[in-house]
Write a protein that binds this ligand. Structure first.
Ligand SMILES: NC(=O)c1ccc[n+]([C@@H]2O[C@H](COP(=O)([O-])OP(=O)(O)OC[C@H]3O[C@@H](n4cnc5c(N)ncnc54)[C@H](O)[C@@H]3O)[C@@H](O)[C@H]2O)c1
Length: 427
């Protein structure tokens, strides 16, 4: 394939050299003449293990040429990757100046060459910035650009290995021809390839980096607490990482409602108390309960915004398939709604059963008698509500909701149904 790579920094040079070494013809474009010269001399403009050899090989084969002239680079290519920097502004916002300038240059080159082009953004950007790129192409090269995203996940230091053996390849594309071209470009990789609409693909990159940052801060905070209390943090975290069912796994990673139950809130509080006793600041762990509470705040706001007053709540226990109400976020939600004067009916088959059979009866009567009185026996008892809030999807809920034709708020509405219960689960 004939490929252009605009921006010859860490991502661009690694991509250009690796693609050329795989047999593609690659034109690399950069506004920095020093980088262009260094690459054309067969050297690497950055320090990256193995890259010097790759660039030398690519140059020697005649399949990599660097230039400062975007028009020259775009003359013959089927696909144009853009890998320019997208740094932060002082307020944290992405500074799209380099990217937008690169898009303008590509648009001008395509107009002067009278060509169409698939342009693939490799830089890390949020959807609003991609939208900005789209607007540039629409105004400066109307009808000539199919814009896609292909976020890069390589890490400096292991960039070549990561490029050749990524965890997955992710295409953000909604054009079938562009998808075919990109699929064939990556067909030699063993890693799975995922295709998402561009906006979702871009967010995968940001979610990944935020999660990596979260993992580092989490591990460091556990490490700090262990150190202060004379515990071997490496022994703790080594075994922690061996749990690939709950700890290092998909579990708890689907967006849903707040956590609760008899263990998570209590144990987080205990850790924070131990940190306080050790005069330790643990900002990540300290934010957990506030973040969890914010989930309930958002639900309350969403419910209030509907203007409906007669509410039905399906699910009261902290997760489905249990009658355990201790620190249930649904109890909290119900209490907040009652406090605001809403009329509320609650259906939870497990809690009703427990109230009748005595399993959790004492707790229900002592701690939440005000909610206990609102429990109804069947879904049909929710008829007449203006709005039904679905916390747990018990059997029959789907059918009831479609028959009732009532407004619904799905507290776990962002996820596939099958994942709902997993994500809500606390302990
Ligand atoms: N560095 C990484 O490990 C890494 C990993 C994954 C994703 N990313 C993302 O990839 C993007 C690029 O990162 P990087 O670290 O390679 O950046 P970088 O700063 O190393 O390189 C950017 C290059 O773009 C060039 N450039 C700027 N404006 C240009 C223009 N108009 N035309 C042509 N070239 C231009 C610069 O001269 C520079 O050589 C960023 O969005 C970054 O967030 C980086």
């Amino acid at each position: 394939m004939n490929i252009t790579v605009v921006g010859l920094g860490y991502v661009g040079t690694v991509s250009a050299a690796c693609l050329a070494c795989k047999g593609h013809r690659v034109w690399g474009a950069d506004i920095n003449p020093d980088k262009v010269r260094i690459i054309n001399e067969g050297r690497s403009p950055i320090v990256e293990s193995g890259l010097e050899v790759k660039v030398a090989q690519a140059r020697a084969s005649g399949r990599l040429l660097a230039t400062c002239d975007a028009t020259e680079a775009l003359q013959h290519t089927e696909i144009c990757f853009v890998a320019v920097a997208t740094p932060s502004r002082p307020n944290g916002q992405i500074d799209p100046t380099h990217l937008f300038r690169a898009c303008e240059q590509i648009a001008e080159a395509l107009m002067s060459l009278d060509r169409r082009q698939t342009v693939v953004i490799r830089s890390s950007v949020l959807p609003s910035v991609l939208q900005g790129c789209d607007e540039i192409f629409s105004s400066k090269a109307p009808g000539r650009v199919t814009l896609c995203a292909n976020p890069e996940f390589l890490r400096e230091g292991t960039a070549i290995r990561d490029f050749e053996d990524p965890p997955f390849t992710l295409l953000g594309v909604d054009d079938p021809d562009a998808e075919l071209t990109l699929r064939s470009l990556y067909s030699d990789l063993e890693a799975p390839l995922f295709v998402l609409p561009p906006r979702e693909a871009l967010l995968v990159k940001y979610a990944s980096n935020a999660f990596h940052a979260l993992k580092v801060t989490f591990a460091n905070e556990i490490g700090a607490l262990c150190r202060e209390t004379g515990i071997d943090a490496h022994a703790v975290m080594s075994v922690f990482c061996k749990d690939t069912k709950l700890n290092v796994s998909q579990r708890y990673l689907m967006p849903g409602f707040a956590f609760g139950g008899s263990c998570l809130p209590k144990d987080v509080r205990a850790l924070l108390y131990a940190a306080k006793q050790a005069d330790l600041e643990l900002p990540t762990l300290s934010s957990l309960l506030a973040s969890n509470n914010a989930v309930i705040d958002r639900a309350v706001r969403q419910i209030c915004a509907t203007g409906k007053r007669r509410l039905g709540l399906i699910g009261l226990s902290f997760k489905s398939n249990t009658d355990d109400l201790r620190e249930s976020p649904f109890v909290d939600l119900a209490e907040r709604l009652l406090g605001k004067g809403y009329e509320l009916r609650i259906y939870d088959p497990n809690v009703s059963l427990a109230r009748l059979t005595g399993a959790n009866k004492e707790y229900i009567n002592r701690v939440i008698p005000h909610l206990s009185r609102l429990l109804v026996r069947s879904l049909e008892d929710l008829n007449g509500c203006d709005l039904v809030i679905v916390g747990h999807r018990y059997q029959g809920v789907d059918g009831f909701l479609s028959d009732a034709g009532v407004s619904v708020i799905e507290l776990s509405d962002q996820m596939p149904r099958s994942q709902t219960m997993e994500a809500v689960a606390g302990d």
